[in-house]
Ligand binder design. Structure first.
Ligand code: ADP
Ligand code: GLC
Length: 523
């Protein structure tokens, strides 16, 4: 039997050790799904104070190593994620032993040394990859996720020999842009100050390290893979992505149903499944009581759970709120994020007690209870690379109302008359990102909810029937890794000189689409 492929995940979040959004969910569950397929996946993550607080088993391993800009040696602590996934925590207390999230202090300000914090994380990943951290394990391929580890493919491109590299774009809006002098301060190669490398309109761009230098690029849904190649969603990087589109694949995220399934969720008031759908009503009542709402079973209850940022259409939701409440719906909101959005939502809640409740903060428990207790789940995102909340909502029979974009379009089937008749419908789409379109979609949902309870139930059950488990997504990644790591016959046409320079390790490239076309697609 061939030895298992060794894959090293580089990430700034992995649930349950650290999570601010979907990146944490993906990096906390995909490695375990890969291991279930026989791949030896492991993870590198910073030893944040909050991450150390969530594990009791972390113990020093390997040999200390030096990282430019960090005083004293850096060492690794080993622990594990659920599914027996080995994790190495990069222990550099001056950088990571502090309160707050991975990116912000407790007052919501970015940590002032984020450039150094994430450059150091990337250097530590390279130390592991190149056997300089004293471990008896080296990866065949390093899979880096988002801008915080964008320097990994760029740094590895300077090494020979080196593992192959894959860079996943979870969100192109977050690019890790720093002032020009960061390049020198971080002791990075001066040659990187180029349009063809990490310079981006006068700033140092961490994400370009991944986009320019990784052997392969992936993003988290087929639709988003196409969208980021166009100026409207390209955030100034669409030209580069079009240039690399033969190395770009969209692979839909999966859900970890061991965490997100109402049949076995201990955070919710009462477990339920498709056969015990009536018990969902118990969760609704519990949520109504929790927020001091009248516990009316037939009043539609809508939930919104998200980072409170422009991406998520929070402004649309706030602007639509008076009209939404005038439709006699109850609304619950959970989110943490930009001050202006928190303030706007809290002000609305104070004007509509008993009908609108806003919890401005972060709570895993509440996220589960809201997903279980609501009738419908709102995601009017302006753009959404994949989105996990709508996938969770489907599993909980909580009908998603989503904007037709990115992964939302790839996972939710609009309740048109035709789709309802065939039983394919799973939610409601809104087209443009406008208050009118949002209210239009909500009106369609309320009409079905109020006018045809049996039809609503069928719609919710169709959602519960969907399978977005990681198995298929993990297989798609595994196929991609295998394609990259299997020596290819010479390509029919020579690759362009520029691509060869960027991707010295691969030639013809794998064909990752295969049987997974619905969830994975070349652009
Ligand atoms: P994104 O990664 O853009 O934030 P996703 O839909 O992919 O969006 O994932 C969001 C994840 O973060 C979900 O697991 C969601 O429940 C969680 N989440 C977002 N905001 C909060 C919050 N305030 N409290 C608890 N969980 C949250
Ligand atoms: C990002 C995206 C979200 C995606 C998540 C995990 O934060 O905003 O759409 O689901 O990453 O890939």
């Amino acid at each position: 039997m061939a030895p298992a492929r060794r894959i090293l995940f580089a990430t700034s979040e992995a649930f349950p050790l650290s999570k601010t959004g979907g990146l944490g969910d993906v990096c906390g569950s995909l490695p375990a799904a890969l291991r279930a397929l026989g791949t030896d996946a492991r993870v590198v993550l910073p030893a944040y104070r909050h991450a150390l607080g969530r594990t009791s088993s972390a113990r020093p391993v390997g040999a200390p190593f030096a990282v430019p800009g960090v005083e004293g040696p850096v060492r690794l602590l080993e622990t594990a994620l659920p599914g027996d996934v080995p994790v190495w925590l990069v222990d550099a207390p001056a950088l990571y032993d502090r309160p707050g999230t991975p990116y912000h202090d407790p007052d919501g300000r970015e940590h002032p040394d984020n450039a150094l914090r994430f450059a150091a994380l990337s250097r530590a990943v390279v130390a592991v990859a190149q056997g300089r951290a004293g471990l008896d394990w080296r990866p065949d391929l390093v899979h880096a996720h988002d801008w915080t580890v964008g320097l990994v493919p760029a740094l590895l491109a300077r090494e020979q020999p080196r593992p192959a590299t894959v860079f996943t774009i979870h969100n192109l809006a977050h690019q890790g842009l720093f002032p020009a002098d960061a390049l020198g301060a971080l002791e990075l190669p001066p040659a990187w100050w180029s349009l063809h490398a990490l310079e981006f309109y006068g700033k140092l761009s961490f994400i370009k390290g991944g986009l320019v230098y990784a052997d392969w690029l992936t993003t988290v849904s087929p639709s988003y893979a196409r969208e980021i190649c166009r100026p409207e969603q390209g955030f100034g990087l669409d030209g580069l992505l079009r240039h690399r589109r033969d190395r770009l694949v969209g692979i839909l995220n999966g859900a970890d149903y061991s965490v997100w399934d109402p049949r076995g969720d201990d955070l919710i008031a009462r477990c339920y499944g498709p056969d015990t759908f009536e018990d969902k009503a118990y969760n609704k009542r519990a949520l109504q009581r929790l927020f001091g709402f009248a516990d009316e079973p037939r009043t539609p209850l809508l939930a919104f759970v998200a980072r409170l940022v422009g991406q998520k259409g929070v402004d649309l939701l706030a602007d639509a709120m008076p009209a939404l409440l005038a439709r006699r719906a109850q609304v619950v909101v959970l989110g943490r994020g930009e001050q202006q959005f928190e303030a706007a939502l809290l002000a609305l809640a104070s004007r509509h007690p008993g009908q609108l409740a806003v919890y401005a903060g972060y709570s895993e428990e509440l996220a589960h209870r809201m997903t279980a207790g609501a009738d419908a789940f709102l995601m009017p995102s302006r753009f959404e690379p994949c989105g996990l909340n709508q996938i969770y909502a489907l599993r909980y029979g909580t009908v998603p109302i989503v904007r037709r974009t990115g992964g939302l379009a790839d996972t939710v089937v609009d309740a048109t008359e035709g789709n309802l008749a065939t039983g394919e419908a799973t939610g409601f789409h809104l087209g443009p990102p406008t208050v009118e379109a949002l209210l239009g979609a909500v009106d369609r949902a309320l009409a079905l909810y109020r006018g045809d309870p049996a039809g609503w139930r069928r719609l919710a059950l169709s959602g519960m029937d969907q399978d977005f488990s990681w198995e298929r997504g993990a297989r798609a990644y595994d196929d991609l890794y295998r394609g990259i790591l299997t020596p290819q016959p010479p390509p029919p046409r020579p690759a362009s000189a520029r691509l060869r320079r960027m991707s010295p390790q691969t030639s013809g490239g794998p064909e990752p689409v295969g049987p997974h076309a619905p969830i994975a697609a070349r652009v």
